[in-house]
Design a protein around this ligand. Structure first.
Ligand code: DC
Length: 336
C-alpha cells in the first residue's frame, strides 16, 4: 500500500469552488502518479474549519472517484494556519514511488516544491499595508519585510549622528559605514538592527516618521536599501510592504497590491496605534503630517510612491482588515 499526499486551497467557501478545486487536485494526483482510478483504495480529506459549503468527499465522488471509500473530516482551527485549505491522503494498492501534489495556495506547505515568490504591497502611510502584510505572511508561512522600518532606521542613524536630513554629502558618507540588518524572532516578528542595536521600537516615534520620509528621497539611501531588499527577496518567499516595491524594488514581483484609504481614516489608524502604545498625540497635527508625508513621498525624484500599473488597487477606507485580507487571498489563491 502506498500513500499519496496532496493539498489545495479554494478562493471562497462555495460549493462550486470546492468541487472545482477537489476535481483539479485529484486529477493532477492521478496524472502525475500515472494512476487508474481502480488502483485507489480510499481517499481521506481534511479541510480547514472555514470550509462549510460542501464535503470534499462528495465532490470527489462527483468527479468520478466512485469505486473507493471516501471520507472527509474537519481540521482543528490552528492559529496562523493556511486558510480555506483542503488536504488529501490517497491510499493506493500499487508498488510505486508516490508523487505528492500541492496546488494553488497550498504550494507554500511544501517548501521543497514551491518556488520563491514575492508579494509587493505598496501604499501611503496608514493604508493598512503593514497589518495586512504581517497577517498575509503569517497565513502563508513566509517572511514579512517591513521596508519602511529600514528607512526609519537610516533616519535614526542620521539624526543620532547630528547630520542634517538634507545634507546629501554627509549622508553618502554615513551610508558607507551603516550596518543595517533585519532578523526574525520565533513568532515571525521583524527586528530592525542598526549597527547591531535593536531599534524596532525607537523608530516608531513620530519625529522619525517625518525624518524617514525626508531621508528616503536621497538616492544614496535608496540604493543601499533597495539592494538589501532585493537580496532578501531573492533568497526567500516574502511579503514586502513599502512605497516602491511593485514599481522599483521588485518590478517582477509575483503579486502586487496597492492599498489606499482617505487621509482621515489613515490618520485615525495611526492615532489609535500611537495612543495604544502610550504616546500623546494631537489628531489634527498627525493628519497634517500624514498629508505632508504623502506629498513628499509621491513627489520625490527617485522611486516615488506610485501604484504600479499591474498592481491590484484596494481602497481600504471602509473595509475591515479581514475584508482586505480576504480580497488579497482570493486573488492570490486563484493564481498561485
Ligand atoms: O511605511 P513607513 O511609514 O514605516 O515608512 C517610513 C518612510 O520611509 C515613508 O514615509 C517613506 C519611506 N519609505 C520609502 O521611501 N520606501 C519604502 N519602500 C518604504 C518606506
Amino acid at each position: 500500500m502506498v500513500v499519496i499526499r496532496g493539498a489545495t486551497t479554494v478562493a471562497c467557501d462555495e460549493k462550486d469552488e470546492i468541487r472545482k478545486a477537489v476535481k483539479e487536485l485529484l486529477e493532477q494526483i492521478a496524472n502525475v502518479n500515472l494512476l487508474i482510478k481502480d488502483e485507489i483504495v480510499s481517499i481521506v480529506f481534511s479541510s480547514t474549519s472555514d470550509i462549510h459549503s460542501y464535503y470534499p468527499a462528495k465532490a470527489a465522488r462527483e468527479a468520478g472517484f466512485e469505486g473507493c471509500s471516501l471520507f472527509s473530516a474537519q481540521e482543528p482551527d490552528i492559529q496562523g494556519g493556511l486558510a480555506l485549505c483542503i488536504r488529501v491522503m490517497i491510499f493506493v494498492e500499487k508498488d510505486m514511488t508516490p508523487r505528492h501534489v500541492y496546488l494553488r495556495g497550498a504550494k507554500v506547505l511544501r517548501k521543497d516544491i514551491a518556488t520563491v515568490y514575492s508579494v509587493a504591497i505598496d501604499g501611503p502611510a496608514g493604508s493598512g499595508k503593514s497589518t495586512i502584510a504581517k497577517r498575509l505572511a503569517a497565513d502563508y508561512h513566509i517572511h514579512y519585510l517591513d521596508t519602511g522600518a529600514m528607512y526609519r532606521a537610516c533616519a535614526l542613524k542620521i539624526l543620532e549622528a547630528g547630520v542634517a536630513v538634507d545634507d546629501e554629502a554627509a549622508i553618502v558618507d554615513l551610508m558607507r559605514t551603516v550596518k543595517l540588518e533585519v532578523s526574525y524572532d520565533e513568532t515571525g516578528n521583524q527586528h530592525t538592527l542598526l549597527d547591531g542595536r535593536d531599534v524596532s521600537e525607537e523608530i516608531r516615534r513620530p519625529p522619525i516618521s517625518m525624518a524617514s520620509s525626508r531621508v528616503s528621497k536621497h538616492p544614496s539611501v535608496r540604493m543601499h536599501m533597495v539592494e538589501k531588499q532585493r537580496e532578501i527577496a531573492s533568497k526567500m518567499s516574502c511579503v514586502l510592504d513599502g512605497r516602491d516595491i511593485g514599481t522599483f524594488v521588485l518590478p517582477d514581483a509575483d503579486f502586487k497590491f496597492y492599498l489606499t484609504a482617505s487621509p482621515e481614516v489613515r490618520a485615525k489608524r495611526r492615532y489609535d496605534e500611537l495612543v495604544a502604545k502610550g504616546n500623546q498625540v494631537d489628531f489634527e497635527e498627525l493628519k497634517a503630517e500624514i498629508i505632508r508625508r504623502d506629498e513628499q513621498d509621491s513627489t520625490r525624484a527617485v522611486a516615488p510612491l506610485k501604484r504600479a500599473e499591474d498592481a491590484v488597487l484596494i481602497d481600504t477606507t471602509d473595509l475591515s482588515i479581514d475584508e482586505v485580507l480576504g480580497r488579497i487571498k482570493s486573488y492570490m489563491q486563484e493564481r498561485i
